[in-house]
Design a protein around this ligand. Structure first.
Ligand code: ATP
Ligand code: MG
Length: 585
């Protein structure tokens, strides 16, 4: 199922190893046979919400295939439904595509082609392929029939071409109220495919559009606009998700009946806008949607969570939006790795979230520099060091990647360690610090705990320890066998940081089942965000926004894209070191 590289094939045009899946196989054959000299794809989001993890799959496929085969990919905003669309979404969509590492050939809007669609509709009318229908929405439903029952012809189906042209012109002129009439394709009311039972091509809607203002009181329907947009742009392979499979015959019908390649008068309006027309007959190919458990991905539900204040906005690090997971610390390469691992197929499935988290872990394990940070601090004092003791130790930035170099880590008499790394009454198998026991301080030496100082409530507030002077870095004594190693930061040098410990937003794997009158809102994880004050070593505080680190022994963290400052660091937990989730809260 994976689209992982196939070493038996020559590398792609972008130098990456060839990927193998049924779509790339079709593209390879179409280029080899000379069907297309070059390929062109498009990514066509509707700007009615923010893009999510599912869209990352479509983006990696649409843009990736074009790049791998030396072709081009357009970013097309499918803005045919004015009521729900917003320029804020348009900006975020562009930001997301760039962030994932892709660049579009052309930025287009479906609304760029409204005039072409209109002229094409008149052509269909003249050919006897479309008619103006006066049935109400409810009557249309009655006439449509069902899966077992053929539909019935609309009583308006046999209007003359002249009458249709006149009525359509008047629809366009704004003479009729919303819903009064539709323009419908004349195909086959008894087709086994309901999409072919004289589907609507245009509806009347007196709504202002963000690009075309009040120019149009009629708007094209999705299948009509999408197929013709592909044809206008010379798209060779129109990749979309499986729910459009049953729409493909209508897609082909629109492309064939309008036949833009042989109708120069229809594309003339494009020249006025400086838009090139490149004839190619597009082929629609469907693949399965990406779905993960523990997530809710429908734009409508994400919008509801934002509007109801269940999350802190579209870019809340717990949201599955690309803006959200970016803030959480997901990297573009982790998402591309996930998409490669999941592969492209026609089998719809619900994938385990560990595939997503695992890709992030693997990417950060390979690339994120290491740092030390303490999220639940307990003071540790080395009583045998003088008060003023201060030294700079040298640590490598990455254990497996020497090219990441080294850094200096200050070490002094007073340190912060993780509270859970000390136990007065150690449970069996405990390998860290205990009273009278030894532990290795990562990269610094071996300490023995002599005393645990407590406050009035009996809570341990400070550990008093002795540093073995023979165990310092480079000395023979440093090799002494010790059960455990813990991390630390120098109390005098460490920088206090806001640490946001994010966790899954939902407590159950299938928050979206709508069972027993419950909804995803009933399964919100109350512990999905805990904020604590921790301490980070100076080299971590200096991070730029969006820098990822592995904080040794605690997890992968990212400097918050918006709130992090060198003097007031803010780190978000991206993912834990291991898959520790067991459905617990
Ligand atoms: P939603 O159902 O979340 O509202 P949508 O399909 O309406 O999404 P569009 O803006 O129309 O969103 O999607 C743009 C492109 O991204 C389409 O080609 C669509 O097929 C694809 N896409 C959307 N969701 C997924 C997904 N979960 N997996 C793969 N591709 C997707
Ligand atoms: Mg859609």
């Amino acid at each position: 199922m994976s689209a992982s590289p196939d070493p038996t094939l020559p590398p792609s045009a972008d130098g990456t190893p060839a990927r193998q899946d049924f779509i790339r196989q079709i593209v390879r054959e179409d280029l080899a046979s000379g069907k297309h000299a070059a390929i062109r794809t498009r990514f066509p989001p509707e700007p009615n919400g923010y893009l999510h993890i599912g869209h990352a799959k479509a983006i990696c496929l649409d843009f990736g295939v074009a790049r791998e085969f030396g072709g081009e990919c357009n970013l097309r905003l499918d803005d045919t439904n004015p009521a729900k669309e917003d320029p804020e979404y348009v900006r975020a969509i562009q930001d997301d595509v760039h962030w994932l590492g892709f660049q579009w050939h052309d930025l287009r809007h479906a609304s760029d082609y409204f005039e072409v669609f209109y002229l094409a509709a008149q052509k269909l009318i003249r050919q006897g392929d479309a008619f103006v229908c006066d049935l109400t929405a409810e009557q249309v439903r009655e006439y449509r029939g069902s899966l077992n029952e053929p539909g019935r012809n609309s009583p308006f189906r046999d209007r003359s071409v002249e009458e249709n042209l006149d009525l359509f012109t008047r629809m366009r002129a704004g003479e009729f109220p919303d819903g009064a009439r539709t323009l419908r394709a004349k195909i086959d009311m008894s087709s086994g495919n309901i999409n072919l039972r004289d589907p609507a091509l245009y509806r009347i809607k007196h709504v202002e559009h963000q690009n075309t203002g009040n120019d149009w009181p009629i708007y094209p329907m999705y299948d009509y606009a999408h197929s013709l947009s592909d044809a206008v742009e010379g798209i060779t392979h129109s990749l979309c998700t499986l729910e459009f499979e049953d729409h493909r015959p209508l897609y082909d019908w629109c492309v064939d009946r309008v036949d833009l390649a042989h109708s120069p008068e229809l594309v003339a309006p494009l020249t006025g806008k400086g838009l090139p027309f490149e004839a190619a007959k597009p082929r629609q190919i469907e693949f399965s949607r990406l779905n993960f458990n523990f997530l809710v991905m429908s734009k409508r539900k994400l919008l509801a969570m934002v509007n109801e204040g269940l999350v802190d906005g579209w870019d809340d690090p717990r949201m599955p939006t690309l803006q959200g997971i970016r803030r959480r610390g997901y990297t573009p390469s982790a998402l591309r790795l996930m998409v490669d691992r999941v592969g492209i197929s026609k089998q719809n499935s619900l994938l385990d979230i560990s595939i997503l988290e695992g890709a992030l872990r693997d990417d950060l394990d390979a690339h994120a520099p290491r740092r030390m940070a303490v999220v639940d601090p307990l003071k540790l004092v080395l009583t045998n060091l003088p008060d003023q003791h201060e030294e700079q130790l040298t640590f490598s930035n990455h254990p497996k990647d020497a090219s990441q170099g080294e850094r200096r880590v200050p070490f002094s008499r007073e340190l912060w360690i993780e509270r859970e790394d000390f136990e007065e009454v150690p449970p069996p198998g405990f390998k860290r610090l205990t009273l009278g026991g030894d532990v290795r301080l990562r990269g610094a030496g071996i300490v023995r705990c002599d005393e645990a100082v407590k406050d009035a409530d009996g809570r341990v507030v400070e550990l008093r320890c002795t540093l073995d002077p023979e165990s310092r870095p480079g000395m023979d004594g440093a090799n002494r066998k010790i059960k455990g190693t813990i991390h630390w930061v120098s109390a005098q040098h460490a920088v206090a940081a806001e640490v946001r410990l994010y966790d899954r937003l939902f407590t159950v794997a299938d928050p979206d089942t709508d069972e027993a009158g419950k909804s995803y809102k009933d399964y919100l994880n109350p512990l999905s965000r805990r904020t604590v004050t921790g301490y980070v070593e100076p080299a971590a505080a200096q991070a730029g926004p969006e820098q990822s680190y592995q904080f040794e022994r605690i997890g992968y963290f990212v400097a918050d894209r918006y709130d992090h400052r060198e003097g007031a660091p803010v780190f978000n937990r991206s993912v834990t070191l291991r898959d520790t989730w067991a459905g617990k809260t």
